[in-house]
Design a protein around this ligand. Structure first.
Ligand SMILES: *Cc1c(COP(=O)(O)O)cnc(C)c1O
Length: 456
């Protein structure tokens, strides 16, 4: 006889009730930020020798803690890069947890990894990379960028001439902060081309021409951006590919945010040249409607990634055995134990079909165009530059930087919207302006109008 644990059933039902409420609600609250001391005063000690009990802890979560978060899928959360996981993906995220799958090796996680790979095949097909190219899911764009940089560096240093040398990469100031941060982790030098507008092969050649002989020797990779996080700008990937091929440099494209737009016919041509990359970063948790966290790194030649990342250890040898044949995700990125975090994406793709993804991304692009028109029609507002992908930079005529900050906090405190300011490099000066980034297809034109009305 199985022992039926009533408490467990009740807790499961409570959790499912909460989840159903969360995913079926049409309007969520934008939580107010609170100080840690204030939260502590509200909830008291929760981690104690005997525990406070699940029901009590869950109530604390619902009453106090959940209310201080800003949901990334709120239709008026247009800050940073928001997100909008599908309900199908959220449901399968629960299944991913409940299934306790170790996603490092095929031997233990065959079914889960198979599903991840089905989703990955679709992502690879969007890029047009050649036969043999593939990828793995990572914790995010940062881990994907690091995995790619390390692969490139290890491949470069296989050449005896470069053994022991510190490598150098070139990117632009439009590149994401994680490129600089991960260059530090990998201990490689970095040169930034001083332009936030799109990087071209000619600009890259000019920069290479300024290098010392030793710097040129140590230059092993170029990182272009497929949709800058700040402004949605796609570098001129074809001409950069040209230079990289001619000069034998690894070509990495960081499309963590913009990669989702590969599915959209209206902008696909802007990514021409992406198929020539050696590696690409794409974050399904940004514009492919996956829950956090889910990034991806793709490689033209998987063997090179394996050479760089495959871990050795006596207790791991069984996984390399013939009996365990199959795809081992751990071999291609920095992590050993991993969640099968591509599984929710697979279920969502299988549920909805890829056409729905196309429509949802096109809607984000359309919202940026709509916002652009509303801004141009507004007497006190101006576009800083034309909307690019789903990013819109605009100014409120006459506002100082502190006006933008004040406005952001007012809207946040009211629980109305989260829209944050940014800076745009204009010649030699940085201008503070306001920024929208659209991901959620449920954001409406009215939402945008209401936000703009608060800038009167
Ligand atoms: C968001 C972003 C990253 C970092 O990705 P995480 O998933 O936050 O680690 C890297 N590059 C670009 C272009 C991004 O937009």
């Amino acid at each position: 006889m199985h022992h039926i644990d009533i408490d467990l059933i009740e807790m499961t039902l409570d959790v499912m009730k909460y989840v159903i409420g969360r995913v079926s609600a049409t309007e969520h609250q934008i939580g107010k930020p609170r100080k840690s001391e204030d939260l502590k005063a509200l909830v008291g000690d929760t981690v104690t020798p005997k525990g406070v009990g699940g029901e009590y802890a869950f109530n604390l979560w619902k009453e106090h803690l959940a209310k201080t978060n800003v949901p990334v899928d709120h239709p008026r959360n247009l800050a940073f890069v928001p997100a909008s996981p599908t309900k199908a993906a959220i449901m399968f995220d629960l299944i991913t947890s409940a299934s306790s799958i170790h996603g490092a090796y095929w031997m233990e996680g065959a079914g889960g990894i198979f599903c991840e790979n089905e989703a990955m095949s679709w992502i690879v097909s969007l890029t047009g990379m050649p036969e043999g190219a593939f990828g793995v899911f990572t914790s995010g764009g940062t881990a994907a960028n690091l995995s790619a940089i390390v692969t490139a560096r290890e491949h470069w240093r296989e050449n005896a001439e470069f053994k022991g040398e510190k490598g150098l990469i070139i990117t632009s100031i439009g590149a994401h902060s994680s490129i600089k941060a991960m260059a530090k982790v990998a201990d490689v030098d970095i040169i930034l081309v001083d332009s936030e507008e799109h990087l071209t092969g000619a600009m890259l050649e000019e920069t290479i021409a300024t290098l010392t002989e030793h710097q040129r020797k140590c230059l092993f990779a170029v990182v272009a951006t497929g949709g800058t996080t700040n402004a949605g700008i796609i570098d001129d990937l074809s001409s950069i590919a040209e230079v990289c091929e001619a000069q034998n440099l690894w070509f990495h494209i960081d499309a963590a945010y913009g990669g989702g737009a590969l599915v959209a016919d209206s902008v696909r041509h802007l990514f021409k040249g992406i198929e020539r990359a050696d590696s690409i970063t794409i974050d399904p948790h940004k514009w492919m409607f996956s829950p956090y966290d889910c990034g991806a790194v793709l490689y033209r030649d998987m063997e090179l990634a394996k050479n760089a990342h495959s871990q050795q250890g006596s207790y791991l040898e069984i996984f390399k055995d013939e009996g365990a044949h199959g795809f081992n995700p751990t071999d291609y990125q920095i992590q050993l134990t991993r969640r099968v975090r591509g599984l929710p994406l697979w279920f969502s793709l299988a549920t909805h079909g890829t056409d729905r993804y196309k429509e949802a991304v096109e809607r984000g692009l359309e919202l940026a165009q709509i916002a652009g028109r509303l801004i141009e029609a507004h007497p006190k507002l101006e576009l800083v530059r034309e909307p690019s992908l789903s990013c819109v930079l605009y100014r409120r005529i006459g506002w100082e930087p502190e006006d933008y900050t004040h406005w952001t906090y007012e809207n946040h405190k009211k629980g109305f919207a989260l829209v944050t300011p940014t800076k745009w490099k204009n010649g030699d000066t940085f201008e503070t302006c306001s920024r929208f980034c659209f991901i959620n297809p449920d954001t409406t034109e009215r939402d945008i109008e209401m936000i703009l009305e608060t800038m009167e």
